[in-house]
Design a protein around this ligand. Structure first.
Ligand SMILES: [Zn+2]
Length: 90
């Protein structure tokens, strides 16, 4: 079970886009679009987003981001780095 940190859909989407841009600028537009689609219907749970501090942290954003990472075959190293970036416990 992955332990995720409270993050809202907007911030999760933004952070991953930025990060993909650094890693693979060529695929960024495609991935960003995909992430926006995934985050659109994200359910909101109680809690503050650690990035923007608004009361709209979402559940399940990490799974959705993993889905995008898998879809574009960005690889496990992407997932691992993303984990580390936010200080997840693996
Ligand atoms: Zn946020």
């Amino acid at each position: 079970m992955t332990k995720t940190i409270p993050l809202c859909a907007q911030c999760a989407s933004h952070e991953l886009s930025e990060w993909v841009n650094e890693k693979s600028p060529l695929i960024k537009p495609e991935v960003s679009k995909e992430i926006r689609e995934e985050m659109r219907d994200m359910e909101i749970k109680e809690g503050k987003c650690i990035v923007c501090n608004q009361d709209r942290a979402s559940a399940g954003w990490f799974e959705r981001i993993c889905k995008v990472i898998n879809k574009y075959k960005l690889g496990d190293s992407f997932k691992k780095e993303f984990h580390q970036m936010f200080g997840f416990e693996l």
